[in-house]
Every structure is written in C-alpha cells, then in structure tokens.
Write a protein of this length. Sequence first.
Length: 462
Amino acid sequence: MNLHDTEKVENLLHHAGWRPAHALDTADLLLINTCSIREKAAHRLASDLGALAAWRAAAAGRVLGVGGCVAQQEGDALLRRFPHLDFVFGTHNLRLVPELAEAARSGARRAETAESRSLERFDLPERHPEFAGHTPGRAWLTVMEGCDLFCSFCIVPLTRGREVSRPAAAILAEARAHVARGACELTLLGQTVNAYGRHALRRDAAAEAGTLPFAALLGELARIPGVRLRYTSPHPIFFDEALVRAHAELAPLQPHVHLPLQSGSDRVLARMRRRYDAAGYLGLVERLRAARPDLALSTDLIVGFPGETRADFEETLRLVREAGFADSYSFKYSPRPRTRAAAFPDPVAPEEAQARLEELQTLQRELTLAYHRRRVGETTEVLVEGPSRRADPAGGASRQLSGRDPYHRVVNFRAATGAVAPGDRAQVRLVEATPHSLIGELWRVQRPPGAADERGQPIGPG
C-alpha cells in the first residue's frame, strides 16, 4: 500500500510540473513515505531526517516532506522536532502534496493529517504520460482502505482510519486503463482487502454505495481480456464460500494467497483479538486447497507477543509445519503507541524473542526449500521485473533476470542481452531450487503488442 501511495504522489507531482531527479544532489524536493507497523521503521525515519539536515541546508530552495503512517501518527510534532522539515502529510492527504510543496518554497511549514471518510481521496488523476511507474507489466489497484478490527497489536486503524470501499465502477475503469497501458497483472490492495464492500452489503445498501461482494468484484475484473489477478492483504475471517470458490472458478486469479496468521496459539490469538483460532485457520487452508490444489500460501507471523510462552511458540511451529507455507514474513513483536497490547504485562525477554524468531525462520527456510525442490522440472510463466539482485552490472552477451511466477515465487534465469525486457512474460523451465528463489532456463518470451527491444526495434510476440 505504501509503495502504491508513493506512485500516486509521484503521479500527482508529474501533473503539477515536477520531474524526477536522478541523484539526491540534483533534487529540489525530497519526500519520505513512512510505515509505522513496526518500531524499527519509525526509528529509521528519525535517523534519516537527522542525516538530511545537511542536504536541506546545502542549497537554497530545497524542500523536505514526510508522509505515510508515521506522519499520520505524529503530525505537527515532527515539524517541532525537526526544524529543517518543511511539511507533513497524512495517509488521507496525498492530493495535497503538490500544494504543500509549492507553499514550502515560499517558507510555509504545514502538517496536513486530517482524517477523511470521503471517497474524494480515491479520486486521483489518470497516470501522467511521462510517468511510467515502477513495475512494468504490473499495476496496483486500491479497492478499499482502512480497518475496523483493532487487533490489539496493530496501529493500522489509527494511521489508515476506518474501512472505506471504492465504488466498483471506478475500480473497473482504473483496471481497464492499466491494461490498456500494457499491464497484464493487477494486484488489488486494501488493509483488509476482502472486507471490501461488507458494510454496505450488511446494510443492504450495496447498490447505493456502488460496491459488490469481494468475490463478485474479482469476477468482474476477471472479464478483462488477458489480465492476471492477485489481492493483498486479506483477513481470514472475511473468506466467504464465494471467495473460496473464486480460486477454483476464475482462471485469471493467480494460485497464491497471502493469509496472515500471526500466531498458532489460540491463547495468543485471543489476546491479539484476531477473531479466529488455529483450527478455524487450518480449516480455511483446507477449503482453499480443495478449491485450488496447487495453491501456494504465504503468511505473516509475530513472535514474542506479551505473555507468549514456549508452549505457545511451539503451537506456532506446529501450525506452520501443518499449513506448509511456501513463504512467511516473521517479526519480533514491537509495541506500538495507543494500541492495547502496548500496555500488556509479561513482555518476552528480547534475547528469547530473537531466539524464537531465528528458530521460526530456520523452519521456514526448510519449508520453502522443500516447496521449491518439488517444483524443479516444471515450466512456469514469469512476469519479468528486471535484472536480478545478483546480476552482473557489467552486462555482456547475457544477463541474469528476475521476476515472479503465478505462485508469487521469485524466479531467476539468464537471457541474451536485449532478448527479454521488464514487463515481458517469459516461459521458464525450472532447473534448480534455493531457499530464496527458483533458478530456471528461458524457453520463450511473450511481449505485449507494440513492444520494442532495447534499440527501439519492434519485436514479434514469440
């Protein structure tokens, strides 16, 4: 969501006449978009802002702004703490960034963090023709924002506000526009994305609000020719039978679900206010895999939650093994201001939390490697993102590229320089497995209509 917010702000700035700088020393405007889900991100912001005081003072007219969840959380306190910071904008105030930047050039310092339930915050201009975005072939699509669940550890309802769903017609129009510009994969975004439209549906007011049940929205999007669909991040309690069936019935819906768990202990889940237990979660996993047997699952996990015992942690390890996650994102518990859990007694000792995190991550590496090894020998379609992290910067006759396949796994493969471009769909035969990615051999490439190679020469579809 934050990455997509960054794209929204960049697009707004393009429409206002700004253009991206290619080096910090040549920039007149620098924006930091923040996250506050974990304490580490907030600490990093303070460190970065301190270091940027010299950049701000080195040339007249430079402007420094901070947005995102920490900005929403701290507001004008950031302006008081950092006198070289020019403006602050909250998560509902992206549209104001060009105005705030221009005002800062005249010396005005402002914080705009007012919350809004208005749909106007979704009403943003079309993508500027000079702004290409950062993910060729792929586009993010906000369908709802906010969360009404207030899990005891989570600051999101306080920084993103309450649930607001966009009208389906606006979502479909934006989706078609993305595809017309060359996107073949759309990822639907929301803090609890599968809660989309639920309040209007419960009030029998979906027609008035212009929303649909989430599975019905996926069905409408699946009608767009040539599109691949994903969604993140869902909440387990909002998987109805229609959404489970969608994974069997909608061919464009990719065979991957990110299904946050947080803990495998019923006692800890209750203290987290997650509204499900381990048996209910595993039952959902079984229903999803019955609908799509090849489904890959990933998850989020927290260790060291206040009061978590060794027995509770063992329950998490047991459930992780039973669910067989292809991947997981695991973190030590971090107390967040104004959340219920911040006041809970019985903190887990930092060294014990670190040991549990390392044990959990070791297990996940084993599970991921086993999943990857089972897939060696398959041929899969990879949406190419660009050079892999380990690509040779010197280039040459060939280079190592990277992308994600339908199961959301990273696939690295070599191709002749110029033969494959970001946004292409490459058929790749998987030949090797690592704990972090799959290694493949290029078989063939499918390029969007009108694509050109690196010299600007037209290339056919095969």
